[in-house]
Design a protein around this ligand. Structure first.
Ligand code: NOJ
Ligand code: CA
Length: 565
């Protein structure tokens, strides 16, 4: 049995690990053709485990014409040859597992590529068995309440196909026809797709476009009961046949609709927390986390006992403001100065560091917040070094440029010359490879990379609290500070985050169950004293702290004394 096998199978592993999302295409090129590949990811596993990642989410690697960067699959059972072979993938999985690192794939079920043989057969022949795998119309007027997700690029969810002689439905690009879930064979095929890659050893899936599978006239065609039922069945299958694997929902919806994907423990074990995400940024914009506190109050208790929120700051898409109100959007755009063209769809195609004006303290504040909350944080490759973006590239390619390993001509990403890289490097002098790269930050213990890695290590060392669901909000009145306890039978950690650009002082009464001798776990700008069983803190502007208190009587700590909020 490989060394980490039993640990890898623990059913709620996903709650204590940090996920690292990466684009294979842009991570590391092993053979000098200018395109990142699977052996390239394999070559960088030490970097990922050193950083403290516990799971890697690989963006789609299936055969694809790359009209939507692999979210347009033309063969579900092949690895795109530009990334390598299925043997390369198996090797990567084996090596990752040997290091105790899990791998999650993207399960794209809503649509396929228009180049897929299923769609080609369906459009060419009305009697093809694949015709009912897609949604056809003579008028292209049905499902008019279904919102368009790429409004900047697609004028309608229906496109006329000359060969088919009918319109077909697509929620995303016209090159991504939607599958028709009323056809039972589609259902079966998607289960086959999931099993196929689970058999290769994947530890779960991030489920792309989870709300959109079923369409019904007169509805918004999102989050319909039939769609939830599909996911429940997939979860049941995976629990029965592949215990210890995880499903993560991508549902960018309102709070109520997003929470529904947990379905009290019957559906997704993990749900990406889209509703809170823009509020992290608004907390900085207003120098006040009141919106974050509201969202935490509304959503932390919704998690079922065996589930977890998946928190993220950025990903491979635009920073979505779809759920933000007009007032919130105005606030956002007023505070974050955007170069022309940075807005796309309903959001912003910028990376974390440039968006935050290169302020490492703000980056760390938000990173430490998502690392401290109950649930698991998702980091996006390159954000740990404060890498930049290129908004002159089309659409979301802006935030998918090659990883900056070194300052050399191709940033250590490839031996190919810069002009032949799959995507050009960042040129912004403040955020490009010369200014921000892994090699240089390895040399400097004050770098963003070191400080991020320290946070991950501290979190991993205290998985007993950070990997649990226990959470107790601290009422700090109107102070612009987020505060909460992560309690446990042995010890408790008090987490404080100052969103203001002024230092903040205050006090937190200590629960009787803890010893009044704190241990500061990370150096984030805290000074503190304890008097009369009250913790007096002073935190630097945009600073944070994680402070450990041992339990007086291990069995009767804060965890026992106060139920999770
Ligand atoms: C969500 C993915 O994150 C995005 O990159 C993609 O374009 C759409 N789903 C369509 O698959
Ligand atoms: Ca390559």
């Amino acid at each position: 049995m490989p060394p980490h096998e039993s640990e890898l199978r623990s059913p709620d592993w996903f709650r204590s690990v940090v996920f690292y999302e990466l684009s294979i295409r842009s991570f590391y090129d092993s053979n000098g053709d200018g395109i990142g590949d699977l052996p390239g990811v394999r070559a960088k596993l030490d970097y990922l485990t050193d950083l403290g990642a516990g799971a890697v989410w690989l963006l789609p690697f299936y055969e694809s014409p790359w009209r939507d960067d692999g979210y347009d699959i033309s063969n579900h059972y092949h690895v795109d040859p530009r990334f390598g072979t299925v043997d390369d993938l198996d090797g990567l999985i084996a090596d990752a597992h040997g290091r105790g690192l899990r791998l999650v794939a993207d399960l794209v079920t809503n649509h396929v590529s228009d180049q897929h043989p299923w769609f080609q057969s369906a459009r060419r022949d009305r009697h093809s068995s694949y015709r009912p795998w897609f949604l056809w119309s003579d008028s292209g007027t049905e499902f008019s309440r279904a919102r368009r997700i790429f409004p900047d690029y697609e004028p309608s969810n229906w496109t006329f196909d000359e060969v088919a002689g009918q319109y077909y439905f697509h929620r995303f690009y016209a090159t991504q026809p939607d599958l028709n879930y009323d056809t039972p064979a589609v259902h079966e095929e998607m289960f086959r797709f999931a099993r196929f890659w689970l058999d290769h050893g994947f530890d779960g899936f991030r489920c792309d476009a989870a709300p959109y599978l079923y369409k019904r006239e007169g509805t918004t065609c999102q989050s319909l009961p039939e769609t939830h039922q599909f996911w429940r069945e997939l979860r049941a299958m995976m629990d029965a046949e592949y215990p210890g694997t995880v499903l993560i929902s991508e549902a960018n919806q309102t709070i109520a609709e997003t929470v529904a994907y947990f379905d009290r423990g019957r559906e997704f074990p993990m749900v990406l927390h889209f509703p809170i995400m823009p509020n992290f940024y608004l907390g900085l914009a207003e120098n006040n986390p009141k919106r974050i506190l509201d969202l935490l109050r509304a959503t932390v208790p919704s998690v079922p006992a065996d589930g977890a929120w998946a928190y993220f700051l950025r990903n491979h898409d635009e920073l979505s403001l779809e759920q933000a109100s007009d007032e919130e959007k105005t606030l956002f755009f007023r505070y974050f100065p955007l170069p022309p063209g940075a807005r796309v769809h309903n959001g912003v195609r910028r990376r974390l560091a440039p968006l935050l004006g290169g302020d490492d303290n703000s980056v760390l504040l938000l990173t430490a917040l998502i690392l401290g909350l109950p649930g698991s944080p998702f980091l996006y490759y390159g954000d740990e070094i404060g890498m930049g973006d290129r908004i002159d590239l089309p659409d979301r390619d802006a935030v998918r440029t090659p990883m900056q390993w070194e300052k050399g001509p191709s940033a250590g990403f490839s031996t190919a010359p810069p002009a032949s890289l799959t995507r050009p490097l960042v040129t912004d002098p403040g955020f490009g490879p010369a200014a921000r790269n892994v090699a240089q930050q390895e040399e400097n213990t004050r770098s963003l990379l070191w400080r991020t890695r320290t946070l991950l290590r501290v979190r991993a060392a205290h998985a007993a609290v950070f990997g649990s669901n226990l959470y107790q909000a601290v009422d700090l009145g109107t102070a612009p500070v987020v505060g909460f306890w992560r309690p446990n039978a042995e010890y408790s950690v008090l987490c404080l985050y100052n969103f203001s650009i002024e230092p903040q002082s205050g006090s937190v009464p200590l629960p009787p169950a803890v010893w009044a001798s704190p241990v500061e776990l990370v150096r984030g700008g805290l000074t503190s004293t304890v008097a009369d069983h009250t913790f007096q803190y002073r935190i630097a502007p945009r600073g944070f702290s994680w402070t450990l208190f041992l339990a007086r009587h291990p069995a009767a700590s804060v965890a026992a004394a106060s139920p999770p909020a």
